[in-house]
Design a binder for this molecule. Structure first.
Ligand code: FES
Length: 106
C-alpha cells in the first residue's frame, strides 16, 4: 500500500492503482490542489515540496527539467501533475500554491 502524506494539510491518502501522479491521487480523494494548466505541465502552480520519499517518485519529466533549468523548480520540488508515485512520499504545499478556501497548518 502506497501513501501520500500532505504534511501541511494534515492528510494522508492511500494511492490505489499504478502510474498515478500526486495530483491524480489527491484529486481522487477529493482534495483540491492548484493546477492552473489542467495538469499538462505548462505551469508550475501544482508545485509540491517533497519532504520524504523523493526516491519513491519517478524521475523528473521533460517539463520539470525545463522548469528546473529556468529556476522555477528548485531541488526537492516536483510538479504534482508530473510526479508519478511509486512508493510512500511526504509532501507539503508551498506558500505560492495554497488555495484560499483550504486550511493549511502553517
Ligand atoms: S498543473 Fe500546470 S504544471 Fe501541473
Amino acid at each position: 500500500m502506497t501513501r501520500i502524506v500532505i504534511q501541511n494539510l494534515g492528510k494522508s491518502i492511500e494511492v490505489n492503482g499504478f502510474s498515478k501522479t500526486i495530483l491524480k491521487a489527491v484529486q481522487e480523494e477529493g482534495i483540491d490542489w492548484m493546477h492552473a494548466c489542467g495538469g499538462k505541465g505548462r505551469c508550475t502552480t501544482c508545485k509540491a515540496i517533497v519532504l520524504e520519499g523523493e526516491a519513491n517518485l519517478e524521475p523528473l519529466t521533460a517539463a520539470e527539467l525545463r522548469y528546473q533549468k529556468q529556476g522555477l523548480l528548485r531541488a526537492g520540488e516536483r510538479l504534482a501533475c508530473q510526479a508519478v508515485v511509486t512508493g510512500d512520499v511526504t509532501v507539503r504545499v508551498p506558500e505560492e500554491s495554497k488555495l484560499p478556501h483550504l486550511l493549511y497548518m502553517d
